[in-house]
Design a protein around this ligand. Structure first.
Ligand SMILES: Nc1ncnc2c1ncn2[C@@H]1O[C@H](COP(=O)(O)OP(=O)(O)OP(=O)(O)O)[C@@H](O)[C@H]1O
Length: 261
């Protein structure tokens, strides 16, 4: 069980947006993609789930993405985008969870296995109370949690999360990333998330990749990548680190901007 990208490049509007990005990940690992606004993080993530044309190679469990059908790729890779307009439908959360499991078929799967799986995922994320709600009537943060449930219900091998906590309050940020980390380890899947919150990144990601202008500037174990010197170089902000709970976590405190980009 592994995931690997080799020399991914994406050109858009006559410009190179993602420039020879190679990463790899083993079962049970989480990786965070960091970098300033416009660095190419979302474009890279869209490429590795087949939503964006690219050159280079993506391999999931030894299968090359370009050789998989759309259905096979969607079964292996779960993508939670920033844009959640796909949730603007007149279906309940539970119905959507059943529908998400049926994408390989033309009919809805309403069998007991699908219902059990839908309930299991809602329970795991603490979202049972939303089962009968219509997502378009939920708050931004609630919709963000439902979007994660819809990706997990299909049992992906690779989970891609684009700023998954951007609309969540403090408790839900921790609950969501705890749940994702636990699921990733327990099921031996792999998770890649784009995070702007440095403290969440140091706490929940095993590996980190810092992109600048579409290129990998630093990559490796999170603690080695997210040093004050490197954060200062990439973001132009001086930062201090603070050991929390006897060094169990590293907090990052941004002090001031060194340069305006
Ligand atoms: N369809 C497109 N055509 C032309 N340029 C594009 C297109 N999509 C994205 N870009 C450009 O690619 C660059 C990278 O965008 P991307 O959304 O991947 O960045 P990002 O690192 O995810 O940024 P953010 O942190 O702000 O979400 C941006 O400069 C953006 O303007």
């Amino acid at each position: 069980m592994s995931f690997r990208t080799t020399d991914i490049c994406v050109d858009l509007g006559g410009r190179r947006i993602v420039d020879h990005v190679s990463i790899s990940l083993e079962a049970g690992e989480s990786l965070t993609v960091l970098g300033p606004n416009g660095a190419g993080k979302t474009t890279f993530m869209r490429a590795i789930c087949g939503l964006q044309a690219f050159t280079g190679q993506v391999e999931v469990d030894g299968d090359t993405l370009s050789q998989l059908s759309r259905v096979e790729a969607a079964r292996k890779i779960g993508y939670v985008a920033q844009d959640m307009t796909s949730l603007n439908v007149r279906l309940s959360v539970f119905e959507l969870l059943l529908l998400a499991q049926s994408s390989t078929k033309l009919s809805w799967r309403t069998g007991s296995d699908s219902r059990r799986r839908a309930s299991e995922v809602l329970g795991r994320l603490g979202l049972e109370r939303f089962a009968d709600s219509c997502p378009k009537n939920l708050s931004g943060g609630e919709r963000q949690m439902i979007a994660l449930a819809l990706a997990l219900v299909r049992s992906p091998r690779l989970l891609l999360l684009d700023e998954p906590t951007s609309a969540l309050d403090l408790a839900n940020q921790l609950s969501m990333l705890e749940a994702v980390t636990e699921y990733t380890r327990e099921h031996g899947i792999m998770t890649i998330s784009i995070l702007h919150d440095m403290n969440l990144a140091t706490r929940y990601a095993d590996q980190a990749v810092m992109l600048v202008n579409g290129q990998v500037r630093h990559q490796g174990p999170t603690a080695q990548v997210m040093t004050p010197a490197r954060l200062s170089e990439v973001y132009g902000v001086t930062c201090r680190t603070l050991a929390v709970d006897d060094g169990a976590y590293t907090a990052i405190y941004p002090v001031h901007v060194l340069r305006h980009r």
